[in-house]
Design a protein around this ligand. Structure first.
Ligand code: GLC
Length: 554
């Protein structure tokens, strides 16, 4: 594997709308991010991924872009963006933007022109079909519910949207569209971006000719995965994309890739891959049901362990996964992967260490370093996210009462991660001096950055130690490049693995509230990290406390 500049980095995702509001309008903004760069630098962050802040009607919170060359005024100006890039560079940090090119917004100029003249140049930027009475061109179900076809205003056509109807899919088969995309990417890279996180990219290749598939629910529609399974040839698009843009700048790219097959991993993230890295979603998909969120099964500690090891084995040393416990599309990792009732400082630190020490690039989502938890939603009206609102209806249709439906979707709502960042115990968690666009989690008085920053026992302090360990010259080579070898894989509620490089590290987490005894295969040299004050060891015999995690040098 060729070494790359970004291999030893630590990344952090910012959801701009909820990070820090500098002007009191209740919406986070770019100057707010600049204000907090020192906080991120102090934590040890190198790469910052910004969820979209381009001009957008915000139907899907910025993942619906109406102008790829502009910053939405709610987030700031282009000068703010340039200043952010420069201020980050001054601190040896890199900014990634979100590249959302499977679709744009229905308020984008291209789409307006397509409505005006569906047979003209811009009609071919989208997937348009002539309307036929009572029948849709295909029976695919959009990711946000309902059919993927919508009438193209003022015409006799329908357009395809695999996400929301305000997110028309772009036609990647059209070279003119691809040129526009490359021009925009290079324009941004010329501004000094470190690279991109690449949104929903797996959807850009459709199985042609478009057709219907076997329905998988009573609505007569079928999930998008069925068509995607059949779509071949995405590699041609992705290599062209890489060659025409990222490669020229040695940019870092991380793909939102869901359905890769084992044999495709070298194509995606090998030395000459389409992307630098891709997220590991294997854990987030655990327990999911085709029927909807209401039918999902909670993730058990053993599931979490097996899913992590499965991904690690699949990728091996072919490339680098990007490891997460949460992001802006997922509930909070501590609320999901720690059994109900056991979420506490120790268990949060345990999950942090188990995830952070995996081979790959660690990504921290804003507030994760504080152990931020899911939101206790009290009404569906409190939820803004279009995806949760759809899943709520799916749950009601399946016969759940409104209270049951709310409870079910609350567990998975994307808004759990989108509540404002908890900076302090002051009004609105110190996020804004105005009215926050989304309600602050009421636990901010006890979970916030201000109280944790100088507390050596806080979750924040533990993340800082994990980051420092990854950067410690003595251990860096092993943590970044060392092989991962699971230990005691079948042992219940214990997750343990070696990292083997020029040194041997042993990461061991007792994934339950009860104590658990283990017998090491030999003596350890040193305890590198421990979420308890002591380690109850008698030679190689260790009695782990509930949710104790230790990183040992063997
Ligand atoms: C990705 C984004 C998500 C968005 C969707 C459509 O999955 O992470 O937030 O809704 O793409 O752009």
């Amino acid at each position: 594997m060729t070494k790359k500049w970004w291999h030893d980095k630590v990344a952090y995702q910012i959801y701009p709308k909820s990070f820090y509001d500098s002007n009191g309008d209740g919406i986070g903004d770019l100057p707010g991010i600049i204000d907090k760069l020192d906080y991120l630098q102090d934590l040890g962050i190198d790469i910052i991924w910004l969820s979209p802040c381009y001009q957008s009607p915000l139907a899907d919170q910025g993942y619906d872009i109406s102008d790829y060359y502009r910053i939405d005024p709610r987030f700031g100006t282009m000068e703010d963006m340039e200043r952010l890039i420069a201020e980050a560079r001054r601190r040896d940090m890199y900014i990634l933007m979100d590249l959302v090119v499977n679709h744009c917004s229905d308020e984008h100029e291209w789409f307006r022109k397509a409505c005006e003249d569906p047979d003209g140049k811009y009609g071919n930027f989208f997937y348009l079909k002539k309307k036929t009475d009572g029948e849709l061109p295909t029976n695919w179900r959009s990711y946000f519910g309902g059919p993927v076809w919508e009438d193209l205003p003022g015409t006799d056509r329908q357009y395809l949207h695999v996400f929301h109807k305000k997110q028309p899919d772009l036609n990647w088969e059209n070279p003119e569209l691809r040129e526009e995309v490359y021009r925009n990417i290079n324009w941004w890279l010329d501004k000094g971006l470190g690279g991109f996180r690449i949104d929903a990219i797996i959807n850009i290749k459709k199985a042609l000719p478009l057709r219907s598939y076997e329905p998988d629910r009573d609505d007569g529609l079928c999930g998008m995965h069925v068509m995607l399974q059949e779509a071949k040839g995405i590699g041609t698009f992705l290599s062209e994309l890489r060659d025409r843009t990222f490669r020229q700048y040695d940019a870092f790219t991380v793909g939102e890739v869901f359905n890769e097959k084992a044999e495709e991993i070298p194509d995606f993230i090998g030395d000459d891959g389409y992307f630098s890295s891709m997220f590991d979603f294997n854990e987030t998909m655990c327990g999911a049901s085709d029927k909807g969120w209401y039918d999902a099964r909670p993730v058990e500690p053993d599931d979490y362990k097996h899913r992590c090891f499965e991904s690690q084995a699949k990728v091996g040393n072919i490339g680098f996964l990007s490891n997460i416990i949460e992001n802006h599309d997922e509930p909070r990792g501590v609320s999901r992967y720690i059994p109900e009732g056991d979420c506490c400082t120790e268990s949060k630190k345990m999950l942090a260490a188990l995830n952070f020490m995996l081979r790959g690039l660690p990504f921290i989502y804003q507030g994760q370093e504080l152990g931020m938890e899911n939101m206790p939603f009290t009404s569906i009206e409190e939820i803004d996210d279009i995806s949760t609102r759809d899943e709520y209806l799916v749950a009601l249709e399946a016969g759940l009462t409104p209270a049951e439906a709310l409870k079910a979707v609350s567990k998975y709502s994307r808004d759990n991660a989108r509540t404002p960042m908890q900076w302090s115990d002051e009004a609105n968690a110190g996020f804004t001096s105005g009215t926050p666009w989304l309600r602050v989690n009421p636990n901010y008085a006890s979970i916030n950055a201000k109280s944790q920053k100088d507390d050596p026992d806080s979750v924040y302090a533990f993340y800082k130690k994990l980051i420092a360990l990854r950067k410690d010259p003595a251990y860096k080579e092993t943590i970044v490049y060392g092989a991962l070898k699971p230990a005691w894989e079948e042992r219940h509620n214990l997750m343990a693995y070696y990292r083997k490089g020029d040194r041997t590290l042993f990461v061991i987490g007792n994934y339950q509230r009860e104590e658990q005894e283990i017998l090491l295969p030999g003596a350890y040299k040193k305890v590198l990290l421990n979420n308890y004050k002591e380690i109850a060891a008698d030679g190689s015999r260790i009695r782990l406390h509930g949710y104790q995690v230790v990183i040992l040098e063997m």
